[in-house]
Design a protein. Structure first.
Length: 273
């Protein structure tokens, strides 16, 4: 595992065209990109906290990795908002999705070891493809992490999102039967079904933080998820699918998140006296 000090670099625009490949490649079991490593590469960027209290596990977008996120200034943006938290950038790259091992490898190699190291709160965050990975992990391990941060998340095929829109929204959508196993044919329907089950459960809705630019091609789908979230958990803003949008808005979201955690800890400390 690598340890890095965060540094900021002016972000560049990132093309969304490669996202169109995801629906064809997600969980396909294909080995186009070769074998997976025995251990997932992870890079830790420490925050200012003295004890291992808060950890953010950060998942990359498509064809990105920890080095790329570091170069674009992602840890710096998060730490400007929430300086106390440690950040673990996990190289959960597209090949893990292709081989259908996203949830298992993330759980076994990142989340469980973090719990064993003593972190009291673990937040799972992901951008674009990594946002879908975050939701897939939550479906497989519900409530295992303390919360989710979805950064312009890819929300699955247009077949599923169109059916939700045609139904008048997530609350009125017929999500079909439940399933015991997430596969390439059902992964997007299942994450939307999971989100539908959050409706009316404030404890689950409060765990989800969502951001997306209103000019992002993913925005129409993301907006349907945002409609079920509390107002203070959804952060639409001007921008597109680019670092120019993500960097400043991640700072805003993680600042709000960090503040909310400090308030909760203060309330818990006061009530325990």
């Amino acid at each position: 595992m690598k340890h890095l000090r965060s540094r900021h670099k002016t972000p560049n625009s990132m093309s969304l065209k490669i996202l169109l490949l995801i629906s064809a490649s997600m969980l396909s079991g294909c080995s186009v990109f070769g074998p997976l490593p025995d251990r997932m590469e992870q890079t830790l960027v420490e925050g200012t906290q003295q004890n291992r209290e808060f950890l953010i596990i950060l998942l990359p977008g498509m064809l990105s990795d920890a080095q790329h996120m570091q170069k674009e200034g992602v840890p710096d943006a998060i730490h400007r908002g929430w300086p106390e938290a440690d950040i673990m950038m996990a190289d959960l790259t597209i090949n893990y999705y292709r081989k259908g091992v996203v949830a298992k490898r993330l759980h076994d190699e990142v989340v469980l070891p973090a719990r064993q190291q003593g972190y009291s709160e673990i937040w799972l965050a992901g951008g674009s493809m990594g946002g879908m990975g975050t939701l897939m992990y939550e479906w497989n391990h519900p409530g295992e992490v303390d919360g989710l941060v979805l950064i312009s998340p890819y929300m699955g095929s247009s077949d599923v999102t169109d059916s939700i829109r045609e139904a008048g929204g997530l609350a009125s959508w017929n999500s079909g039967d439940s399933a015991k196993v997430m596969e390439k044919e059902n992964y997007d329907r299942l994450v939307w079904q999971m989100a539908q089950n959050w409706i009316g459960d404030d404890s689950k809705l409060q765990r989800v933080w969502l951001m997306c630019g209103d000019e992002d091609r993913l925005f129409p789908a993301v907006q349907m998820l945002g409609e079920i979230l509390p107002e203070d958990r959804y952060f639409p803003a001007p921008g597109n699918h680019s670092w120019d949008y993500w960097i400043p808005n991640m700072e805003i979201v993680f600042r709000k998140l960090g503040e909310s955690r400090q308030i909760k800890l203060t309330e818990m400390d006061t009530s325990s006296r």
